[in-house]
Design a protein around this ligand. Sequence first.
Ligand SMILES: C[S@@+](CC[C@H](N)C(=O)[O-])C[C@H]1O[C@@H](n2cnc3c(N)ncnc32)[C@H](O)[C@@H]1O
Length: 338
Amino acid sequence: MKTKNKDFYRCPFDNSKLLLVDEEIKGSDVVQGKLVSENNNEYTINNGIPDFTWPKELSELDEHERKIYEELAKEYDKFASIPFNTFKSNEYDVRENIAERLNINENSKVLEIGCGDGRGAEHIAKRLGSSGEFYLQELSPSFMRNAIKRLAKYEDKIDLNFSIASAMHLSFPDNYFDAAHHFGGLSTFSDVERCLKEMVRVVRPGGKIVVGDESMGLWLRETEFGKIMMNSNPLLKYEIPFSDLPKEVRNVKVEWIMMGAYFVLEFEVGEGEPVANYHVPIPSKRGGNHWIRYYGNLEGVKDETKELAHKAIQKNGKSMHDWLDELVKQAALKELED
Ligand SMILES: C[S@@+](CC[C@H](N)C(=O)[O-])C[C@H]1O[C@@H](n2cnc3c(N)ncnc32)[C@H](O)[C@@H]1O
């Protein structure tokens, strides 16, 4: 961990600030030490890498994934190209296309979570300049070590920062990054809704998020192609997590890539939920506007009264809303006068 980051990271439990203690510093790096939160949660720094894994005891699913990836790390090269070869896709082109969607420039601050051995991160690193910042996060320490090795050639060119953490509990301050990315692990994360919420939290309004993973196109699932591929890799049965997206997302776009077996979902980060122009008048018989129709209901009337009301507005040419609003207001004011 760089010494400049001693006040940067946040507690993945409650986002509170952390205090660096028992530190051993070499040059501009904290090589050993601990970051302690206001609630006394401790995160160790070993060989320069802070470990923000939270909860300390991971859910069964996340622990299972961590073990799998710890074992896979030494021979990942054997497997990594299989999806690209199977789906007749060029890995370099796919990753370039994904990196392009992040809209980053040489000054951008970028986060990649679950970065694996850094093979996708290279496509981001090469877009950044000396004033850009790149934070890479990973759950498996062995994969993280591989990413550090792979990205060593960028060490002197850009500001690279590595940390161990779970995608569901990020250790970064709110609104810090211009862009955030993840590819390939989403379907196995224990809580995708929480992960996406965390990504949105740490990206500034107007920033970009791009995620992608397996998800056989729904229209392909009953084809021979779909059946053969989902039999080999059941993760392809995963469905794009639209309903897990937080309300802050804007301009959501999705594309199925790699012959329709993978998806890329991209969106911008907004503030709060969208707010429409609820007061646009609706020039129909019923009248009113969106707001009035949702919030303006008082109570129902009898069938006979309803029929008469419709006849009355036929005659007076007013919308039901205008007529009722006028009548009820007058009657209520009169009532209140007495
Ligand atoms: C299929 S690999 C993809 C790696 C990389 N993103 C890529 O595109 O090559 C999935 C990665 O997600 C990581 N991972 C799994 N569960 C995680 C979690 N809960 N938090 C962060 N990373 C996780 C794994 O350790 C693994 O490196």
